[in-house]
Design a protein around this ligand. Sequence first.
Ligand code: RP5
Length: 167
Amino acid sequence: MVSENKPAVAVVMGSDSDMEVMKSCIKQLGDFGIEPTVRIISAHRTPETADEFAESAAGSGIKVIIAAAGMAAHLAGALAAKTTLPVIGVPLISSTGLEGIDAFLSTAQMPPGVPVATVAIGKAGAKNAAILAVQILALSDEKLAEKLADFKKTQAKKVNEKDAALQ
Ligand code: RP5
């Protein structure tokens, strides 16, 4: 069961400039009734805070960490190095002109032994990170599992309706 009081999901981002995209992650979690802990922590600018956060996350009741960053995105990996909780990495597009490929490779290409579940670049990834976190929590939470099943049905219904409108 997900605790009513302690947030089970943390959404961590490398900069306040990531917030605009990560709002869709926070909103998607909210749609499943999950209010996450939201933090701005940088693997490069505030590395001590990153260590501290990762080391104390499990003890604070967090079960899944979503970590989003752009450019040389080391946040998800740095957190994964210091916790046994599952870490979902969201690579973000920055102003470098590399369209998020830089962050994607930095997030996904973890060495063996320290996985980061890396989702798509940008807004799609932000939303999918929330859904993946819910899927992990739903393994031990029947109500969440039901909500996920409803979500899938509604999603399929919307596509079917669009298809039908073309016939
Ligand atoms: C990363 O660098 C952040 O996650 C952000 O995506 C990018 C740029 O950060 P700012 O210069 O906008 O703070 O660490």
